[in-house]
Write a protein that binds this ligand. Structure first.
Ligand code: SF4
Length: 428
């Protein structure tokens, strides 16, 4: 059997001509030319884009511009291009497209930007789902001739340190379905989604990657490559190696391999590269992914974890919140407070000035001494809620708590959903 191919090409800057050439070469090597026709759907990663606090963790518009240039050169008949996404829970995707600079792409290419909230959805039944039996995805994901994933290579503590092509599938869901099973079962959820979100071509923006902190606010690192494949698991295995993670330690990858999506062994992948993998590993080794258990992080508050440990749920989201402070408010991160955060069912004694019980399942079996006790609800708690409640109850201000992002998170998100509701009724 032929080995799946992963192509890596050096590219130090977002140069349109060079990138276009690289994409055309990748498509040629992967033998995809004849399959690229008519309705082409592109799914980038735009969880959050903001020039001050989230400048590096989304797929850059220059990258998509060059990708579109390459696709336009293939076959002479006209294509329809759709860019689909559902940004992070609680922010309107249309606003994130704008902040990411995607609206400018409409001036250069014949594309349609399709934010999840404002698009028609199709219910799809899953044949092999372990936790999902059906999901609602954008029409353009299902009714397409060619599906392209264009992730940003970055670290993510909610998924054992890696965000690449398989994790990108979380963004094909609406907010409610997105949070379902986003707990200790996140790996099963991600692999369920491969049944619908299985890209024909992956082109990863690894020119400027983001690493070592919160998935939205972490700092950039120049890696200077483009990674391409038509095989999601092999692509992610190579990405894991580049970030110095053993693929066997990433549950979503082991789950995908167990379900027959491919091998975790690098020897089973044909890597066509013009730069040594070791060189890329050396570059990322300077940073680390930041993935660890939240209770061992030296942080401004004490965190204790009970059962169960939800790496993809409250424990992971708490860790992500702490990294947000570390990334963009380091002075606040260094200041210690007499606050204890409890996550899950905890047995033992806790004494602190303030105690925060995080998540619906959290309870203490034992002695709890505190002047004030608060609960933040959710299973899991949302980033948006943790940011707001920590500010109101402990006065710790997360860097994302900014007037313009509050406008996005509340009135504009509501407006975006309302527009979607109207469009659905009018069948626009
Ligand atoms: S509420 Fe409990 S089960 Fe749900 S994600 Fe949080 S810690 Fe996990």
């Amino acid at each position: 059997m032929e080995k799946p191919i992963v192509v890596i090409r050096k590219c130090e800057a977002y140069n349109r001509e060079k990138l276009t050439k690289i994409f055309l070469e990748g498509i040629e090597i992967l033998n995809l030319k004849d399959r690229i026709k008519e309705n082409i759907t592109i799914k980038p990663n735009v969880v959050l884009a903001h020039p001050k606090v989230a400048p590096s963790a989304y797929t850059r518009p220059e990258f998509l511009d060059a990708l579109l240039c390459a696709l336009e050169k293939i076959n002479s008949h006209p294509h329809s291009f759709f860019i689909v996404e559902n940004s992070g829970t609680g922010v309107p995707t249309s606003k994130m497209f704008k902040r990411a600079g995607y609206n400018n792409l409409k001036k250069i290419h014949r594309i349609q930007l399709k934010p999840y909230e404002e698009s028609s959805k199709i219910k799809v039944k899953l044949q092999k789902g372990k936790v999902h039996s059906e999901i609602n995805v954008q029409k353009e994901i299902v009714e397409r001739d060619f599906l392209i994933y264009a992730p940003k290579l970055k670290s993510n503590v909610l998924s054992h340190g890696l965000t690449a092509s398989i994790k990108l599938n979380i963004g094909i869901l609406g907010d409610k379905e997105r949070m379902l099973f986003h707990d200790f079962r996140l790996h099963e959820k991600m692999v369920d989604l491969l049944e619908v979100g299985y890209p024909d071509f992956i082109a990863t923006d690894a020119i400027e990657i983001a690493m070592g902190g919160n998935q939205m606010t972490e700092h950039s690192l120049d890696l200077g490559v483009v990674i391409m494949s038509s095989h999601p698991l092999s692509h992610d295995v190579v990405c894991a190696h580049i970030l110095n993670i053993n693929p066997e330690n990433i549950l979503a990858l082991t789950e995908a391999s167990l379900r027959g999506y491919g091998s975790l062994k690098i020897e089973d992948i044909k890597i066509d590269t013009d730069i040594k993998l070791e060189e890329l590993k050396e570059r990322t080794a300077t940073r680390g992914t930041g993935f660890l258990k939240v209770d061992v992080l030296d942080s401004p508050v004490k965190v204790v974890s009970g059962e169960s440990y939800c790496y993809g749920g409250c424990n992971g989201i708490m860790l992500d919140w702490l990294y947000m402070l570390k990334d963009r408010a380091p002075q606040s991160f260094k200041r210690k407070r007499d606050i204890t955060v409890i996550i899950g069912r905890f047995k033992g004694e806790v004494e602190s000035k303030k105690v925060i019980l995080l998540g619906d399942c959290t309870e203490v079996e034992g002695i709890l001494k505190a002047k004030k006790i608060f609960k933040i609800k959710g299973c899991p708690v949302k980033h948006k809620d943790i940011i707001l409640h920590f500010f109101l109850k402990t006065f710790i201000r997360a860097p994302l708590l900014r007037p313009e992002l509050l406008m996005d998170a509340y009135p504009l998100l509501w407006w975006s959903h309302f527009k979607g509701w109207i469009k659905e009724r009018l069948k626009i």
